[in-house]
Design a protein around this ligand. Structure first.
Ligand SMILES: *[C@@H]1O[C@H](CO)[C@@H](O)[C@H](O)[C@H]1NC(C)=O
Ligand SMILES: *[C@@H]1O[C@H](CO)[C@@H](O)[C@H](O)[C@H]1NC(C)=O
Ligand SMILES: *[C@@H]1O[C@H](CO)[C@@H](O)[C@H](O)[C@H]1NC(C)=O
Ligand SMILES: *[C@@H]1O[C@H](CO)[C@@H](O)[C@H](O)[C@H]1NC(C)=O
Ligand SMILES: *[C@@H]1O[C@H](CO)[C@@H](O)[C@H](O)[C@H]1NC(C)=O
Length: 547
C-alpha cells in the first residue's frame, strides 16, 4: 500500500480500490482520510523527570485528526508496545458500528507487533473530541490526541472563521509510569494525588501559543486527565464559548471555564489586549492543595514577558461551577451538522419510556479497593461482549446483570450489561452520594443534559428540567451529593460503554455496557462485523465475512 508513515491524511485516489473491497459498509460517497499510526514507547520529560510515554508516530500528545462531517476515517494502528493495545474515540458516535469503538467490550485488543485498521465515519457530527488508549491504564502514559470535525462547506457556522484553530489538551499528570500506577491499583489501593498538570503534554511555562494583535482564535479544550476537574483561563482575556462536544452553544462570555475530566469545549479568544505575553492557566478544582500550571499566550508584536502573578480562579466553590454548567445551552437557531437549526429536534416534547437510576458505589471487595454502579463492579469477560453477541456465544454476559436502579446492597463483581430497546427514548439519572465530583460518559451517543442539582433525585426533580435548550453532549459531571439527569434517544444499535471518566475508578469497575438491541438484522440498523475485525477469546477463529 503506497502510504507514508506521516500520520496525516493522504489522497483518497490512491486507495479507492482498497476502500471498495474493505469498507463496503461505510458511506462510500463520502470522502476518505487515511492515517498510518505507529504506537511506541518513548522517553518524555513533561515534569522534568524522564518517563516512559506512549507516542504515536513519535509524538506526545499524538497527532490531531482533522475531518469534516461524514468523512470516512481509515486509521491503521500498529501496536509496537509489548502489551495489547486499543484506541477509543471519545464522542465519535460510530453509528451502527460499535465494533470500531475500541474499548474492551467491543473490540479485540491489538496484540504486540500487530496492527488493526479502524474504519470510522464521523456521520452527522461536528465539533471537538479526542481519542485515547482504553486498556491497562495506558492513558496515564499518553497515546491521546485531539479530534476535530469541521462543518461541511455550505453549512453555516454561527461565528466568523477564526484566524487559527488550536487543540489544547489539559489534564492532571503523574511522574510514575503507567505500569507502576496500574500495579498500585491492581494491589487494591486508590490512585494517589497527581504530581502536576500538563497543557498539550508540557509542564509549567513549556507550552505557548502565538496570537496576532486584533485577531480571534478558536481553542478546543479537552480534559484528557485521569481524575481532576480543571479550571481554564487566560490572563486579561475573555473566552466566548461556541461549542460543546458537537453542539453550538449560546455564545456566552466567561473569564474562566470548568472542564471536567473527559469533557471538550471550544472557545473564541480575541487578542484585544496590549501587545505583550499573558499567562494561560489550568488549575485543579475541588482539591486541597490546588495544583496549578501555566502556559504562555504570546502576542506576535509582544513588547514584554508575562508579568504579575497568574490570575486566580475558583477552587472549591461548587455553586459557581453548577451555575456555569446551567448557563451552557444550545443555540437553537444555529446549524448543527445539517443546515437545519439545532432546535428543530424537540427533545422536550418526547415522552421518555424508561428511567434508569445509576448510583456510584465505592468499597472493598475481597480486601481490595473497587468501584461500581448500582453495587456491581464491572469485570471483563474472556471475550468482547459485542463479539459474543454477534456470534451468539452463550455464557459470556447476561443482559440485566445490573439493576436499573440502586439496590442498596454491597458491592460485588460481575460483567454488567444493561438492556435497552432500539429507538426507545430514555431518562438516565446519575445519583452521586459521594463527596467528589464525578464525570460520566456514554459511547455511541450525544445526550441532552436536562437537569442537575443538589440532593437526591425524586420524580419532583423533573419539574426543574430544561426541556427547551439543554446542551447535547457525551460527557457530563455530577456534583458532590447531587444528581444529573439526561435524556437519550437510543437510535444507535450496539454495545456501548457507559463509564466514569475518573480513570482509576473506570479501571476498577465503575463502568457497564448498554446493549441497545433490535431483532432486525438490516444493515440500516447495524453494520455487520468488519471484514478485518480481529477475533479473540471464545470468538477466536470465528469467520467474520469473506472478502
Ligand atoms: C514503529 O516504530 C518502531 C520504532 O521506531 C520501528 O522499529 C517500527 O519498525 C515501526 N513500525 C512501523 C510499522 O512503522
Ligand atoms: C494491517 O495493515 C495492513 C496494511 O499494512 C492492512 O492491509 C491490514 O488490513 C491491517 N490489518 C488489520 C487487521 O486491519
Ligand atoms: C445563535 O446562532 C445564530 C445563527 O447563527 C447567531 O446569529 C446568533 O448570534 C447566536 N446567538 C447566540 C446568543 O449565540
Ligand atoms: C516504571 O517505574 C518503576 C518505578 O520507578 C521502575 O522500576 C520501572 O522500571 C519503570 N518501568 C519502565 C518500563 O520504565
Ligand atoms: C406524552 O404523554 C402525555 C401524558 O400521558 C400525553 O398526553 C402526550 O400525548 C404524550 N406525548 C407524546 C408526544 O406522545
Amino acid at each position: 500500500m503506497p502510504l507514508k508513515l506521516a500520520g496525516g491524511a493522504i489522497s483518497a485516489l490512491l486507495c479507492l480500490s482498497l476502500t471498495a473491497t474493505l469498507f463496503a459498509t461505510v458511506g462510500a460517497e463520502d470522502p476518505y482520510r487515511f492515517f498510518e499510526w505507529n504506537v511506541t514507547y518513548g522517553d518524555i520529560y513533561p515534569l522534568g523527570v524522564r518517563q516512559r510515554g506512549i507516542l504515536i508516530n513519535g509524538q506526545f500528545p499524538g497527532p490531531d485528526i482533522h475531518s469534516v462531517t461524514n468523512d470516512n476515517l481509515i486509521i491503521n494502528v500498529y501496536n509496537s508496545l509489548d502489551e495489547p493495545f486499543l484506541i477509543s474515540w471519545n464522542g465519535i458516535q460510530q453509528r451502527h458500528n460499535s465494533f470500531e469503538d475500541g474499548v474492551y467490550g467491543t473490540t479485540c485488543p491489538i496484540p504486540p507487533r500487530r496492527n488493526f485498521t479502524y474504519i470510522l465515519q464521523v456521520k452527522d457530527q461536528i465539533g471537538s473530541f479526542y481519542y485515547f488508549p482504553s486498556l491497562a491504564f495506558h492513558k496515564a502514559a499518553g497515546g491521546f490526541g485531539g479530534i476535530r470535525i469541521l462543518s461541511r462547506p455550505r453549512i453555516p457556522v454561527p461565528f466568523p472563521d477564526p484566524a487559527d484553530d488550536y487543540t489544547v489538551l489539559i489534564g492532571d499528570w503523574y511522574k510514575s509510569n503507567h505500569t507502576t500506577l496500574k500495579a498500585h491499583l491492581d494491589g487494591g489501593k486508590k490512585l494517589p494525588f497527581p504530581d502536576g498538570i500538563l497543557i498539550n503534554g508540557r509542564g509549567p511555562n513549556q507550552f505557548s501559543l502565538t496570537f496576532e494583535q486584533g485577531k480571534t482564535y478558536r481553542l478546543r479544550i479537552s480534559n484528557v486527565g485521569l481524575q481532576n476537574s480543571l479550571n481554564f483561563r487566560i490572563q486579561d482575556h475573555k473566552m466566548k464559548l461556541v461549542e460543546v462536544e458537537g453542539t453550538h452553544t449560546l455564545q456566552t462570555t466567561y473569564s474562566s471555564l470548568d472542564v471536567h475530566v473527559g469533557q471538550s469545549y471550544s472557545v473564541l479568544v480575541t487578542a484585544d489586549q496590549p501587545g505583550h505575553d499573558y499567562y494561560i492557566v489550568a488549575s485543579s478544582r475541588f482539591t486541597t492543595p490546588v495544583l496549578t500550571t501555566t502556559g504562555i499566550l504570546h502576542y506576535s508584536n509582544s513588547g514584554g514577558q508575562v508579568s504579575g502573578p497568574p490570575p486566580g480562579g475558583p477552587t472549591i466553590q461548587i455553586d459557581w461551577s453548577l451555575n456555569q454548567a446551567r448557563s451552557i445551552r444550545t443555540n437553537l437557531t444555529a446549524s448543527g451538522p445539517r443546515p437545519n437549526p439545532q432546535g428543530s429536534y424537540h427533545y422536550g416534547l418526547i415522552n421518555t419510556t424508561k428511567t434508569y437510576i445509576l448510583a456510584s458505589s465505592a468499597g472493598q471487595v475481597s480486601g481490595k479497593q473497587r468501584y461500581g454502579v448500582n453495587s456491581v463492579s464491572f469485570i471483563p469477560a474472556d471475550t468482547p461482549l459485542k463479539l459474543a453477541d454477534y456470534f451468539k456465544i452463550p455464557g459470556v454476559f447476561r443482559v440485566g446483570s445490573i439493576s436499573d436502579r440502586p439496590t442498596g446492597g454491597g458491592l460485588y463483581l460481575d460483567t454488567s450489561v444493561l438492556g435497552a430497546d432500539y429507538r426507545a427514548f430514555v431518562e438516565i439519572i446519575f445519583q452521586n452520594d459521594e463527596d467528589i465530583v464525578q464525570s460520566w460518559h456514554l459511547d455511541g451517543y450525544q445526550f441532552f443534559v436536562v437537569g442537575m442539582d443538589g440532593g437526591t433525585w425524586t420524580v419532583a426533580s423533573r419539574n426543574e428540567y430544561n426541556l427547551r435548550d439543554a446542551v447535547a453532549r457525551s460527557t457530563v459531571q455530577v456534583y458532590p451529593s447531587s444528581w444529573t439527569a439526561i435524556y437519550v434517544g437510543l437510535d444507535n444499535v450496539g454495545m456501548w460503554n457507559l463509564r466514569t471518566e475518573f480513570w482509576a475508578r473506570q479501571y476498577l469497575g465503575q463502568q457497564l455496557y448498554l446493549r441497545v438491541y433490535t431483532a432486525s438484522t438490516s444493515i440500516r440498523d447495524e453494520y455487520p462485523i468488519p471484514k478485518n475485525a480481529r477475533t479473540c477469546g471464545r470468538a477466536s477463529g470465528r469467520r467474520t465475512r469473506p472478502f
